[in-house]
Design a protein around this ligand. Structure first.
Ligand code: FE2
Length: 292
């Protein structure tokens, strides 16, 4: 059975059919969840933030394939910052940036929702609070935000993974809100996912700190993700894809001429324990906040 698409109702209510689909599939696709004006506001604001980023200062790469950020301080200390990560092919052999910085960034993270007024206002809308509470969160905490560029021609592949291994809580509580700011298609690297596997007892891996500036992905279940039943989630700009933390998902490289920009916000339940081994840590003087 294929993953159904729902349309956002005016008051952003969540119907019984939507709850049933989320529980069954581990994913919920809600079209027109945000307006085209909201998409454009975030795109424009990110453009300004990138304008203000000095690309000569940091040359950190984020790659979900090579995983070279795993021992990178700039990455590991970005939980309470707004930091900029390049595509792995952004630099030539001599280390020179290839082209305009705007066209070769992979993502920006991970506290946009707390530090930037535009992303803060967007992320803390009552309609999203209502949604995650309807999905079972008691005390939603906004943990991580990422602006994902998936640049034309250079936007890298993201292998099949779950999000809970990176945002572990006891018990598991992670929910991702993934907003398409541009149309996501087969050509420009839309999301794909495998419905139903979120019901496995535990996430299949766990990223843990093994030192102050080192992490290791521990494999808890080494079964390969099945090749069959992978469904493409082609969506229009303005669509919200809600991801259960254990929903396996991936996206292909972008070989097209169009970027596929998205904003992803991850929440956890404040009632759950947040381990000190997790890669993402916040300073005690800059604690996580909920929707207020
Ligand atoms: Fe993910």
């Amino acid at each position: 059975m294929s993953i159904p698409y729902f349309s956002a109702s005016e008051e952003f209510g969540i119907s019984d059919d939507m709850l049933t689909a989320y529980d069954r599939d581990g994913v919920l696709v809600i079209e027109n969840a945000i307006s085209q004006a909201e998409c454009q506001r975030l795109i424009n604001r990110m453009d300004e933030l990138v304008d203000g980023f000095d690309a000569s200062e940091h040359r950190s790469v984020f790659s979900a394939v090579t995983n070279e950020q795993k021992d990178d301080r700039y990455f590991l200390e970005s939980g309470g910052e707004i930091r900029f990560f390049f595509e792995k092919d952004a630099f030539d052999e001599s280390g020179e940036l290839q082209g305009d910085k705007h066209a070769v960034l992979n993502k920006v993270g991970h506290a946009l929702h707390d530090l930037d007024p535009v992303f803060n206002a967007f992320s803390r809308q009552g309609k999203f609070e209502k949604l995650v509470k309807a999905l079972g969160m008691t005390e939603p905490q906004l943990l991580q935000s990422m602006y994902i560029f998936k640049q034309a021609r250079i936007g890298g592949e993201v292998l099949c993974h779950q999000d809970s291994p990176f945002l572990w809580t006891e018990p598991q509580s992670c929910i991702g809100l993934w907003f398409a700011l541009e149309d996501a298609t087969l050509e420009n690297g839309c999301l794909w996912g495998i419905a139903g596997l979120h019901k496995e007892e535990s996430p299949r891996s766990r990223l843990a700190r093994t030192g102050p500036h080192e992490t290791e992905l521990k494999i808890l279940n080494d079964q390969p993700w099945p090749e069959e039943n992978r469904q493409a989630l082609e969506v229009k700009a303005g669509t919200l894809v809600v991801l259960h933390g254990q929903f396996p998902h991936l996206s292909g490289p972008n070989n097209s001429d169009k970027s596929r920009q998205a904003y992803a916000l991850h929440l956890i339940d404040g009632l759950c324990e947040y381990p000190s081994e997790n890669w993402l840590q916040r300073n005690p003087d800059f604690p996580l906040r909920g929707f207020q």
